[in-house]
Design a binder for this molecule. Structure first.
Ligand code: TXA
Ligand code: MG
Length: 314
């Protein structure tokens, strides 16, 4: 793969228009969203999208989320429904992704959907992401901007560490506010939770007025977020640790302290925002990581889901 000098861009007018220009030329630009940094490419340009898989070292069968500026824009690509409108009104822009049937004549690269009949689509809230989508005025395919199988990036420094030299630019707007990926709900059938994330299941169910179905394990959806060791640090990870063993580094939570504490006040939102940053920091030491128990409620479920993948045998 070609060796690039990865530019750091500020979210100024000049930085945003440079980023939009690079996207329109088929280059890869990492950009902040409120969840994690995305690795953006023009979703209509297969060469650009192929570069995403190449840069990430990601298996080609993983479909990508398409980012657009508004729900109106989303309707150019997917078959809309009353339920989609209800959820979009409640949660867009925000850390929420809808999977809907692809509309004919959508014009997207087949690499984006990995040839599925559905599309994952999202309107991010982050001001820099919004400015970029406005300036580019097209659909931006963007997985998390990390090498495949590694921890999602929540700062521009994480992106440089993982993908520097492989992408054209990084738009730097500091750390991500939410810190875990978007919650994914499929409306291709009965409303189904495909991935826990920054928006809690309870809030979605409140708006829907009914329970979400669980991910159908028999279904052949290629949702590699579901691959067991998808979010893996290099070092082994031990969960539900109440004490630290010799040679380990400890990731604390609440009253169980460690080298780093996800939230001394046991605040799950704060813990989610810090999770990947702290895993990156602990992983840099190449020592095994012990993690304190995290309550399995609300955002704690998304945190535990990612920790379970980090700890899975590989
Ligand atoms: O917060 C996020 O969602 C971030 C930011 C950048 O938007 N993006 C992100 O993308 O996490 P990625 O590619 O790392 O994860 C997207 C997940 C994958 O597990 C993929 O398989 C699933 O979404 N996905 C994409 N299209 C799908 C589809 N049509 N049906 C089911 N799952 C899909
Ligand atoms: Mg990812």
């Amino acid at each position: 793969m070609e060796d690039l000098t990865t530019q750091s861009l500020t979210p100024s007018e000049a930085g945003i228009s440079r980023a939009a220009w690079l996207l329109s030329r088929g280059a890869l630009v990492a950009f902040p969203t409120e969840t994690v940094y995305g690795l953006g490419a023009d979703a209509r340009n297969s060469l650009a999208v192929a570069k995403v898989f190449e840069a990430k070292g990601r298996p080609q069968f993983n479909p990508l989320i398409v980012h657009v500026a508004s729900a109106d824009h989303a309707q150019n690509f997917v078959t809309w429904s009353d339920t989609a409108q209800l959820l979009a009104d409640a949660f867009w822009p925000g850390p929420f992704t809808l999977v809907l049937p692809l509309k004919t004549g959508h014009g997207l690269s087949p690499l984006v959907t990995a040839e599925l009949p559905t599309l994952a689509i999202r309107v991010p809230a982050d001001a820099t992401a919004q400015a970029l989508l406005d300036a580019f005025s097209g659909p931006v395919a963007a997985p998390s901007a990390n090498p495949s199988g590694r921890i999602s990036p929540t700062s521009a420094a994480h992106v440089f560490a993982g993908l520097g030299g492989k992408i054209s630019a990084v738009l730097d707007n500091g750390p991500c506010a939410v810190g875990v990926e978007s919650t994914i709900v499929s409306l291709a059938g009965p409303p189904t939770l495909l991935r826990e994330g920054g928006l809690t299941r309870e809030r979605i169910e409140q708006v829907l007025g009914k329970r979400l179905m669980a991910t159908p394990t028999s279904d052949a959806i290629t949702a590699p977020g579901q691959l067991a060791s998808h979010y893996a640090p290099r070092a082994p990870v031990r969960l539900n640790a109440k004490t630290v063993f010799p040679g380990e580094r400890m990731l604390g939570f609440g009253g169980i302290d460690g080298d780093l504490n996800l939230s001394a006040t046991a605040d799950l939102t704060q813990a989610a925002a810090r999770l990947f940053e702290y895993l990156h920091q602990l992983d840099a030491s190449d020592q095994p990581i012990a993690v304190a128990p995290i309550p399995d409620t609300g955002l704690g479920r998304a945190i535990n889901d990612r920790l379970a993948r980090a700890a899975a045998p590989r």
